[in-house]
Design a protein around this ligand. Sequence first.
Ligand code: KG4
Ligand code: ZN
Length: 336
Amino acid sequence: MDRCILGIETSCDETAVAVINASRVTNLLSSQIDLHKPYGGIVPELACRRHIEAIGPLLNELLRRAGCALTQLDAVAVTVGPGLIGALLVGVSFAKSLSYALHIPLLAIHHLEGHISSVFLEQEDISFPAIALVVSGGHTNLYKMPKRGEYYLLGKTLDDAAGEALDKGARLLGYEYPGGPVIDRLAKQGNPIYPFTIPHRAGGLNFSFSGVKTALRQMLQQENIKKDLPSFHADIAASYQKAIIESLVLKSLLALRQNNANSMILVGGVAANSLLRRRMQEEGERAGFSVYMPSPHYCTDNAAMIAMAGLSHLERGVFAPLDISPHPALELASFS
Ligand code: KG4
Ligand code: ZN
């Protein structure tokens, strides 16, 4: 029988709700980007308050668009971590209330499991074993996935996440948060003529992006860099982006080879990056592995991915108790 699952995501600066009903996805999001812009970063207390204001009306609008009544929901899935504790608490408390009042199961979802599940929104059959690169503003992790729902951490960033490095680089160039999409857009008009070395090349499956950010800062301070050239921003964005993306590609290929994997799963906000998508496709065609990545609007934070992960928990009977607490630094554990 088709199940109707509600997904809720409030781990950071997006209030997001979604319903998956008979494979049909209805997805709604209220972004807080403008609220935090004047502060140059996310203010946790403001994020939490805005989630409280937004979540009720957003759910009503979602149900209206999905043509679904509250009483038709079969389960509620919610992000329990990692993320901002106050922000997570809003979603988790809301989900618990629904679960209790409607007598439906509560499904506790790890944010990164949500990202990985985003690929199943548009793709049913994936050939395992796979390597999953989860690359966002908060994480840059490589996992081995022998099958769906099983994750083994192979490598991660030792400092900044790739998205964070793109955001900070864009800020050094004078652009507002989030800088990743700005760098992506600028880079399309430029050429990678400035020399940045591929970050942490010899670091096995771990990443490090703080050095390339310092290299950009130092380059911008150099007198002889031709900052008055009209193409300067585009060329420097293309060069900086290339170094970061090549590091992601290089280590993903190493993980694939070392683990004899035949598929690559690419998820998280930075998976929306056009160069990363193109480079991974090229490498897949060259080396003969399949590349799975969600459409760009499912790469950044959303609740459809949480509902999708929830569907899988429901099918496996993995339910959460009503006294569960959110956790700001939750590790991704496997279940089978
Ligand atoms: O997954 P996400 O929405 O939130 C976190 O869980 O962190 O990812 C947000 C990150 C930001 O760093 C943003 O700059 C980056 O994803 N991002 C991009 C692009 N779109 C979003 N980075 C590069 N190119 C893009 N097109
Ligand atoms: Zn995320």
